[in-house]
Ligand binder design. Sequence first.
Ligand code: FMN
Length: 384
Amino acid sequence: MAHGADALATASGNRRRNHTMFNRNRMKIGIFASNCSSGMAATKVPERWNASWANNVKLAQMADEAGIECMVPVGRWKGYGGETDFEGSTFETITWACGLLAVTRNITVFGTVHCPLIHPVLAAKQAVTADHVGQGRFGLNIVCGWNQDEFNMFGARQQDHDRRYDYGREWWEVIQRIWSGEGPFDYHGEFFHLHGVIGHPAPWGGERPIMMNAGSSPAGRRFAALHSDFHFDQIFFLEQAAERVNQTRTLARQHGRPIQVFTSGYVVCRPTAKEARDYFNYFGVEHADWGAVDRLIELAMGAGGSRSISPEVVKMAKERFAGGYGGVPFVGDPDTVAAEFKRISDYGFDGVAIGFVNFLDELPYFCQEVLPRLERLGLREPLR
Ligand SMILES: Cc1cc2nc3c(=O)[nH]c(=O)nc-3n(C[C@H](O)[C@H](O)[C@H](O)COP(=O)(O)O)c2cc1C
């Protein structure tokens, strides 16, 4: 399966900006959701993630040192309740990215922006500011919205499902025109009527930041193929993954666009498979915050929610929601976890953004045991 990274590297020659995202690693790794209390894991265990600023800095520096490609935050405005109020405490993602970019050297740090909630003139400038802080290492992750409960805090109503992506297209067009340094322009679209728009400085180095979008419905995937450099997808039925990634990539190619496809997953890696399974049962079953999981599912399946979470998905994947938002489970000893990454790569994915119950406690073992195995499998190159 041809990977997007190869095509992008060729298309853009020696890219200086966001260079980790265009390196030769066929399986790129991101750190997901560390800006949120409990990260990806809806669990009550006491060692669950404390998303303090100090912890985020330590984690970003650790990931940077290990050659991990990116940090991907979750755009979240309100917790999911349950006993822990899962993700009730979160850092806003562009300001979070600014801080992390200032204390790291290579890693790309994304900001995750709800395009219906943040005006593009403001978002363009926020992103450029972060991009200058990081000298070309900021990435924009666009989310078009799904959780009306959060939108209510802004007094905003969501568009019908597929219309959200039409809105996203105009929003992204405005951002790109601002970033291009074009003189004052007027914009008359369906959703935006803007006059004399301008924004300086341009992104760092004169090339725009990379853009990813997260959305897994047909409309979300189409948006990615037509507009995004990276698609952040979620696939519950992995047997369908290869065909689906291929469809996204083929559609992008038909529009002359290379694309990389990422997904998300949670890692429980221990010396033996039994230890890993036992720990998953401990945090993700016996001590799962089922109240929060139920609320997440209820919101996602409610009117105006996601098109991707069906009753079949819930039945099949409820424990995966406790483990990490329904992402791919990487649970086992280091050989098994590495083999699972290989499987995901074989489906055509270019990267996975991962979470741990406690990122700082668990990432070192992952880097020590799994990354070298991925190198031996030909999925990653050793750090130089
Ligand atoms: C991997 C992944 C990550 C996402 N991250 C966020 C996020 O940080 N904040 C958010 O509000 N929505 C997030 N979403 C939700 C999507 O942006 C989208 O609103 C949702 O999937 C519903 O749209 P869809 O039916 O087109 O998939 C994410 C979705 C996926 C698949």
